[in-house]
Design a protein around this ligand. Structure first.
Ligand SMILES: Cc1cc2nc3c(=O)[nH]c(=O)nc-3n(C[C@H](O)[C@H](O)[C@H](O)COP(=O)(O)O)c2cc1C
Length: 169
C-alpha cells in the first residue's frame, strides 16, 4: 500500500455525502454553505452531526441561532451548490447570487432549499470543539423528501457533484 496524506485519504472515500446547510442571522438573512462532513448519529431521538470549520460564517450562525436545515440538493443545483462552498455568507447572498430558490421551513427559522432531494430541519443540542472544526450535534425535528429527485454526492474529494446514477455509470 501507498502512504497517503489526510486529504488523499478523503479522496479515497469519495463519493462523499453532500448537503447545503441553511442558516440565518438574528434579523432573518439566510446563508447557504456546502458541507460533506455530516452523519446520522442516533435514531431515538433522531440526531445528526455536522462538522464545520471555525473560520466560516455558518458555524457562528448555528451557534447563535441554534437552528439549521440540512438540504441534500437535486441535480438542478449541481453548479450552484458547489459555489456555496467557495465563498462566505459574510460578504455574499449566495442564494440570490447563484439562483437558489428558498422556501420557508416548517419547524425552524432558516429557509430550506426548494430543489432538494432531502431536507432535515434541525435544532442544536450540543457543540464539540475538534481542533480547527466544531461538531454541532442536532436533533432532527422534521424530515422532508422528494423521491422523484436524485440527491448529489461530492466526487474526487470535494471537487464536483454527481447523482448516484452518474456515479454508477
Ligand atoms: C463539496 C464541498 C464540501 C465541503 N464540506 C465542508 C465541510 O464538511 N465542512 C466545512 O467546514 N467546510 C466544508 N466546505 C467548505 C465550505 O463550504 C466553505 O468554507 C464555505 O465558503 C463556508 O461558507 P460560510 O462562510 O458562508 O459558512 C465544503 C466545500 C465544498 C465545495
Amino acid at each position: 500500500m501507498e502512504r497517503l496524506n489526510f486529504g488523499q485519504a478523503q479522496q479515497y472515500t469519495s463519493p462523499n455525502p453532500f448537503a447545503l446547510v441553511s442558516t440565518c442571522t438574528a434579523d432573518g438573512r439566510n446563508n447557504l454553505m456546502a458541507l460533506s462532513w455530516w452523519t446520522y448519529l442516533s435514531n431515538r431521538p433522531a440526531t445528526v452531526g455536522v462538522c464545520l470549520s471555525k473560520r466560516g460564517f455558518s458555524g457562528s450562525l448555528i451557534a447563535e441561532q441554534g437552528e439549521f436545515c440540512l438540504c441534500v440538493p437535486d441535480a438542478s443545483l449541481r453548479e450552484a451548490a458547489l459555489r456555496c462552498g467557495t465563498c462566505s455568507g459574510r460578504v455574499h447572498d449566495k442564494a440570490a447570487e447563484f439562483g437558489i430558490v428558498l422556501e420557508p421551513a416548517e419547524l425552524v427559522k432558516p429557509m430550506r432549499v426548494s430543489a432538494s432531494h432531502l431536507v432535515l430541519e434541525c435544532r442544536l443540542l450540543q457543540q464539540v470543539e475538534v481542533a480547527d472544526h466544531i461538531l454541532y450535534i442536532a436533533e432532527v425535528l422534521g424530515c422532508y423528501g422528494n423521491g422523484d429527485a436524485q440527491g448529489l454526492y461530492a466526487m474526487d474529494g470535494y471537487r464536483r457533484l454527481n447523482t448516484v446514477t452518474e456515479i454508477s455509470r
